[in-house]
Structure formats: structure tokens, C-alpha cells
Ligand binder design. Structure first.
Ligand code: SF4
Length: 372
């Protein structure tokens, strides 16, 4: 079954590390909403099954005006049959969790919040230029539960310069104590052209060593395992029954329709397309259908993509999902890998996986497995 993703490209302020597409200029919010509504109408035939998941991401969908949010939801309901949705997620920031907003999102049909907490340490939040305080990071989860959101996930970041191992451990402990049922924990990466890259290049901040990051990752795995979470993907941990359906569908190659600037789409077989990552170009391009580009994947591209997405998950790459010829090609790659990387794999009659304790090395392992 398919998913729909809607990209809301606005944020209150720019986080130091972020390279997603967003703008802090909200003055064209109404025009952008109109453009997404038009895109919905233009592309309503692209999904050939009823969507199972709907995901509003960004940017910060939680700062979109109520008026825009209502227009988008009405348009989605007008052009898609949303009766089979099993998960409707909105990404939120802790400072947007007012009682009124939470009730509003609930009334629109959202049943899952993805909350960008990142850290409970005030100094980290300031360093990241987050818009919320440590106090809001703690209280936002209780407010979500009070508003009736049973499903919520929080984002945390590890590898933060100047954050001690004790502070990281305390962040994990706080997340567990808050009673969340899903945690996405990402390793901080220095992306080109971000404020963080500038700071690192100037020597104002120093990236943590691989050894320290590995310790933080293993600390995370140990604590969350003891607290009853299952790590079902490199960055994702869930209590039983709370795994994210939308993201799991991406990893298993299901089709999805991406709407809004910078959103990507995939037809589940070979066709990919992506919208321009610029708000004004998108607004001007939608009426003339000149806001998108695409590509057709070869069989080899498709297998390599399957390796990239599935080998970061607990399921791994299952033999039934690729041809015998491609399986044999991958096994030949395994034979040629350095022994240290080979030892990170589990291969049996079902398929191939990377052992969870080595998931931080998944990029290096996957590179070796890719077929030509
Ligand atoms: S709120 Fe999210 S999307 Fe916006 S700048 Fe920060 S990390 Fe990026």
C-alpha cells in the first residue's frame, strides 16, 4: 500500500546542522498552500491504491497556519480516498504544543506526532539554535498524551560536540522516563553549507571521534533494549506495535507520492521524481507543470537501492525480494569484501543482514555489496 508525504517548507529559525529544504520567510505561506493544493489535483491519479499512511514533514508543519492546514486536508480528502489510512503523522516542535494546536491537529485526523526534541540539555538546544527550551522538551510529551495522542515519536541527536557521555545517557534516560513509545536517534552529521559546517571549518567546533560516537550508539542500544524498545532500523527504536508504518514502507520499496517543494516520489517499481527545492520556483512552476524532475532506475540501481534501505533494518534484504541472478552477484561481492566487514554480516537461507551492533558501519558495508 502507498503513502503520501506533504512537505511544509517553513521553520521559525534555522537549526545549525540542518540541510533540509525550508525557509524562515513565511510571507508566501498562502501562495505555497495554493500551489500544493494544485499539485494534489494534478497528481491525484498517480497512486493506484488507497494510501495507507499520510505524513506531514518539513520544515516545521506545526507552524503552518490553521487556515492553510485545513485547506490542505480538505484538498487531500477531496482527491484521495483516505478511508484506509492506518497512520497519519505530523512533525511538530515542542514549542508549538499548545492545548489548542494539539486539539486542532487531532480534529484534522492526525493520530501520530513526530516531535523534534533533539536534546533535553539547554546548552545543546542553544548551540543547535533550536526554538524550544529544555523545559518545553520535557513538557511537550505529556501535553501530547493529554491531548489523546497515543502514538508519538521523539527525535534525539547524538554526536553533539561538547555534550558529555553523562549528558547523553541522561537524555536517553529522560526519553525513557517520559514514556514515549518510539524514538528516532540520529547521529549528528556535518552537512555542507550549514552553519555547523562553517563552525567546524573555522575550528569553532570539533566533530566527535568515531570511537566516541560508537560508544554513544551502543549506550543508546543498551538502554533502550533494557527499557523494552526494539531497534528495527539504524535510527529507529519502538515499543512493540509502535513501529512507524510510513517510514517502514519507504525502506521496503512501497510507492509514495511526495507533494510540496523538495518532496520525492517513487512508483514502487522504477520511477522516481523530485520537486524543485525552492519555494518561489515551486509556486511559479506548479501551474505550468515545470517544478519536477525524474529518472527511471535500471534493475541494477534498484537492487543497490534495496541494499541501501533494507540493510539498515532488522529485516535486512530478503532473498524473495530480488532475483536469483542478483542474489548471486551480491554473494560474489561478499566473497571479495575485507574480512572485517564480512564479519559484520549475518547470511542465511532467508537473506542477508548487518548485525545491529555494526549498523553504524552500514554505509561502508553496503558500499562493498553494491553490484555493478
Ligand atoms: S526545525 Fe527541523 S527542518 Fe527546521 S531548521 Fe530545524 S531541523 Fe531543520
Amino acid at each position: 500500500m502507498a503513502g503520501i508525504y506533504v512537505h511544509i517548507p517553513f521553520c521559525k529559525q534555522a537549526c545549525t546542522y540542518c540541510d533540509f529544504h525550508f525557509s524562515t520567510n513565511l510571507s508566501n505561506q498562502d501562495q505555497l498552500t495554493q500551489a500544493i493544493c494544485l499539485e494534489i489535483e494534478q497528481r491525484k491519479k498517480e497512486l493506484d491504491s488507497k494510501p495507507q499512511t499520510l505524513y506531514f514533514g518539513g520544515g516545521s508543519p506545526s507552524i503552518l497556519s490553521d487556515h492553510s492546514m485545513i485547506l490542505l486536508m480538505e484538498q487531500l480528502n477531496r482527491h484521495f480516498d483516505l478511508s484506509q489510512l492506518t497512520e497519519t503523522t505530523i512533525e511538530t516542535n515542542p514549542d508549538d504544543h499548545s492545548e489548542e494546536k494539539l486539539a486542532f491537529w487531532k480534529s484534522l485526523g492526525f493520530d501520530r506526532l513526530s516531535i523534534g526534541i533533539q536534546s533535553f540539555v539547554e546548552r545543546d538546544l542553544h548551540w543547535m539554535n533550536r526554538a524550544h527550551s529544555a523545559h518545553e522538551a520535557v513538557t511537550c510529551v505529556a501535553k501530547a498524551a493529554e491531548a489523546g495522542f497515543e502514538k508519538h515519536t521523539i527525535d534525539l541527536i547524538y554526536g553533539i560536540p561538547n555534550q558529555s557521555m553523562k549528558e547523553w545517557e541522561s537524555n536517553i534516560g529522560k526519553a525513557i522516563d517520559l514514556g514515549v513509545n518510539h524514538i528516532s536517534a540520529y547521529c549528528l552529521t556535518v552537512e555542507a553549507k550549514t552553519a555547523l559546517a562553517h563552525r567546524v571549518n573555522k575550528g569553532l567546533d570539533h566533530e566527535k571521534s568515531h570511537e566516541v560516537i560508537e560508544q554513544e550508539f551502543h549506550l543508546l542500544q543498551d538502554h533502550l533494549k533494557r527499557a523494552g524498545f526494539r531497534q528495527y532500523e539504524l535510527s529507529n527504536f519502538a515499543k512493540p506495535g509502535f513501529e512507524a508504518v510510513h517510514n517502514a514502507n519507504y525502506w521496503s520499496g512501497k510507492p509514495y507520492l511526495g507533494l510540496g517543494p523538495s518532496a520525492h516520489s517513487f512508483d514502487g517499481e522504477s520511477k522516481r521524481r523530485w520537486n524543485v527545492a525552492n519555494n518561489m520556483k515551486y509556486i511559479k512552476g506548479v501551474p505550468s507543470n515545470s517544478y519536477t524532475e525524474g529518472e527511471t532506475l535500471t534493475e541494477t540501481d534498484r537492487v543497490n537501492e534495496q541494499l541501501m534501505t533494507s540493510l539498515r533494518t532488522a529485516v535486512g534484504l530478503e532473498k524473495v525480494n530480488i532475483s536469483d541472478i542478483h542474489w548471486d552477484q551480491i554473494m560474489r561481492q561478499v566473497d571479495q569484501m575485507p574480512a572485517a566487514l564480512q564479519a559484520m554480516l549475518d547470511i542465511d537461507e532467508i537473506g542477508i543482514k548487518i548485525k545491529p551492533k555494526h549498523w553504524l558501519m552500514s554505509d561502508a558495508v553496503i558500499r562493498e555489496l553494491m553490484i555493478a
